[in-house]
Write a protein that binds this ligand. Structure first.
Ligand SMILES: [Zn+2]
Length: 292
């Protein structure tokens, strides 16, 4: 059901006769006859109990120290957003990939493991790019790695200048502790487990937030692409995400790069929203004057 409404007062509302529907402003980019893409907004109402948020790879550290700093900078705003969404009945899934052992035995991890199996329309796999649906890759999208002016320790350039991770130890151990994990949340990095959690709750609306926009957020088995192919109404929370790429030729600023990835998503993958949907407050912005 699509309803249009005035954009003043986009807080949570109870539409007459309905329980706790909340307005969501979806943004996508649509191609016109001249081949130009323009942003198009569409207002819809979602039910909290049919909605989940997946927090992707908000780890406590990173091989790229500037990437780790940006996660720490964004995490408080993400926590506020999750709190506001949770209070309204949205289901939260934390996905600090590869670090499930840290959470072994917790009720939130058990909840994911024990969700009854649900048959999915497709296999759960990584999807880094889809040439057929998305055209030629953005030049930097596959070159995800330390994008600092001087390479972080462990990232070593090859003869073409492209950096590769050669470090001894991946430094992340868990999700950053600024983000609270509530009793009613779940923890999983597994596409099938996450699908099971969604199906048993009748959830068909999924919000992805976290890092990195051009890599895991799009590509993981629970990421944007696979969620679209599984038939979910998936959106990216575009202010609570960050990219990771090496600034190639021509060099572009880090934040311009993230914007380009978000534009690609809006054109070719799925719509985006902002955290304002849940908080009623202005969207998060990085301090672009800080060293990134
Ligand atoms: Zn770096």
């Amino acid at each position: 059901m699509v309803l249009f409404f005035h954009l003043c007062g986009t807080g949570w509302t109870a539409a007459p006769g309905k329980s706790k529907l909340f307005p969501v402003v979806l943004q996508k980019r649509v191609e016109d006859e001249s081949g130009k893409f323009r942003p198009v907004k569409e207002a819809v109402y979602w039910k909290p109990e049919q909605t989940a948020i997946i927090v992707c790879d908000m780890w406590d550290d990173h091989t790229c120290k500037q990437a780790a700093k940006r996660v720490a900078e964004m995490a408080p705003a993400m926590n506020e957003t999750l709190k506001a969404a949770r209070e309204k009945g949205v289901f939260i899934i934390h996905a600090p990939s590869g670090r499930m052992n840290f959470y072994a035995g917790t009720p939130q991890r058990q909840r994911a493991i024990e969700a009854p199996f649900a048959e999915a329309p497709l296999d759960f796999k990584w999807k880094y790019w889809n040439d057929e649906k998305e055209g030629a890759p953005l030049p930097f999208v596959r070159a995800g790695g330390c994008g600092c002016k001087v390479n972080c320790k462990g990232w070593e350039p090859d003869e073409t200048g492209l950096r590769h991770w050669k470090g001894e130890k991946i430094p992340w151990t868990r999700q950053i502790n600024t983000i609270e994990i509530a009793d009613e949340d779940a923890i999983s990095d597994n596409g099938q487990e996450i699908f099971n959690l969604l199906e048993v709750r009748g959830i068909d609306k999924v919000v992805l937030m976290g890092v990195h926009t051009n890599l895991c957020v799009c590509g993981r088995p629970f990421g944007l692409r696979q969620m679209v192919y599984q038939g979910k109404n998936v959106v990216l929370c575009r202010d609570l995400t960050d990219s990771l790429f090496q600034q190639n030729d021509p060099p572009i600023s880090h934040f311009r790069g993230t914007d380009l990835v978000v534009e690609h998503i809006e054109k070719k993958i799925c719509p985006t929203i902002t955290s304002t949907t849940f908080t009623g407050k202005p969207a998060f912005r990085f301090d672009e004057n800080a060293t990134h």
